[in-house]
Write a protein that binds this ligand. Structure first.
Ligand SMILES: *Cc1c(COP(=O)(O)O)cnc(C)c1O
Length: 349
């Protein structure tokens, strides 16, 4: 969901942005008024996540999935080897895509237990000459998140943070590249944000499509072609909401921890539902659970939808239930869900 504050502000400014006489949708991306929007968005993003000066922030199209290809095309440029930690479906897809371009080694996987935990790795697991190590930081479908930042030494660490970015502060300097599709926590679909350390730029393969060459995008301030202008503008509103309405990213984390605790505390003590992710690796954003009975799961989802709890069905590949409690979900929403679950449990003991 989107914060109501953001939707209202976008509605207010829909026909006339800031006295410009135009909707943001109507602006040329080369106009001074739009230029100010994208610059302010970048400045706010940098401030919100404390992005160090030696990192570029890119506003791209193509979704997280396009980065699955862009990453090997830009960074498999030394030994041609890359090491992947497969902790869910999105890292598996990323590894499969990278295999087209070079020598991919899955150095750890949690496929043995339906991705219910995060594999632990150490420096010894990483090939010394790997061009990079890849992780998916929050596993949207399975409801797990990295409880640690893998120590990769001098080898660049690359992270897909699509479903957790902006949910809490993160030490950007521990990563060479962080990226995410906007649609989970940063705004509407259509925008992909990439944070990239400057020394990573400039070694793309000759065959890399120009749109996937991060250096070209960085040199052109994300305007090599038309960027997703309206999504960038709504992303700016999201950043304003986090900073001005929520009180900053630290407060955002506090609220997210509170929300997740309400659900997990209930799941840990109730008898009908069971959380599926291992305790130490649980996601703050995606809370997955089952009853153990597929029919009862389906019935729960149906009853929940009738009460207004939409999208609670687990991903089509795993079933069960998944409560996605991204930034915009208020604490009251989580409390109401738990009340509903308690009532359901009382009826189906
Ligand atoms: C949703 C998601 C993706 C896919 O994003 P698209 O923008 O649809 O390509 C990739 N990785 C993670 C972690 C996701 O949550």
């Amino acid at each position: 969901m989107m914060p109501e504050w953001v939707l209202k502000k976008a509605a207010e400014e829909m026909l006339d942005y800031n006295g410009s006489g135009q909707s943001v949708m109507e602006m040329s991306h080369r106009s001074p008024v739009y230029d100010e929007i994208i610059r302010e968005t970048e400045a706010l993003f940098r401030k919100t996540l404390s992005v160090p000066d030696n990192y570029k922030v890119l506003f791209l199209q193509g979704g997280a999935t396009s980065q699955f290809s862009a990453i090997p095309l830009n960074f498999m440029n030394g030994s041609g080897k890359a090491d992947y930690i497969v902790s869910g479906q999105f890292s598996k897809k990323a590894a499969d895509e990278a295999k087209k371009y070079g020598d991919v080694k899955v150095i750890a996987s949690s496929a043995d237990k339906t991705f219910s935990y995060i594999p632990k790795i150490t420096r010894e697991d990483i090939r010394e000459d790997a061009d990079y190590v890849y992780v998916c930081y929050n596993n949207t479908i399975f409801g797990t998140t990295f409880p640690y930042i893998p120590d990769t030494g001098d080898i660049p660490l690359i992270a897909d943070m699509s479903s957790c970015i902006l949910s809490q502060p993160i030490d950007v300097s521990k990563f060479a590249v962080i990226y995410g599709g906007a649609q989970k926590n940063m705004g509407p679909a259509g925008l992909t944000v990439v944070i990239i350390r400057e020394d990573m730029l400039g070694n793309a393969r000759d065959i890399t499509p120009v749109m996937m060459d991060y250096k070209v995008q960085a040199d052109n301030n994300s305007m090599y072609n038309t960027p997703p202008t309206y999504s960038i503008y709504v992303h700016k509103l999201i950043l304003e909401w986090i900073n001005n309405e929520i009180g900053g990213i630290e407060n955002m984390e506090k609220i997210n921890r509170e929300k997740a605790a309400i659900l997990y505390d209930y799941l840990d003590c109730c008898t009908l539902f069971k959380p599926t992710a291992e305790k130490g690796d649980r996601s703050l954003m995606n809370v997955c659970f089952v009853t153990g009975d597929k029919e009862l799961d389906a019935f729960f989802c149906k009853e929940a939808a009738a009460e207004g709890f939409v999208n609670i069905k687990g991903h089509r590949s795993v079933g069960g239930m998944r409560a996605s409690i991204y930034n915009a979900m208020p604490i009251e929403g989580v409390k109401k869900l738990v009340e509903f679950m308690k009532a359901f449990e009382a009826k189906h003991k």
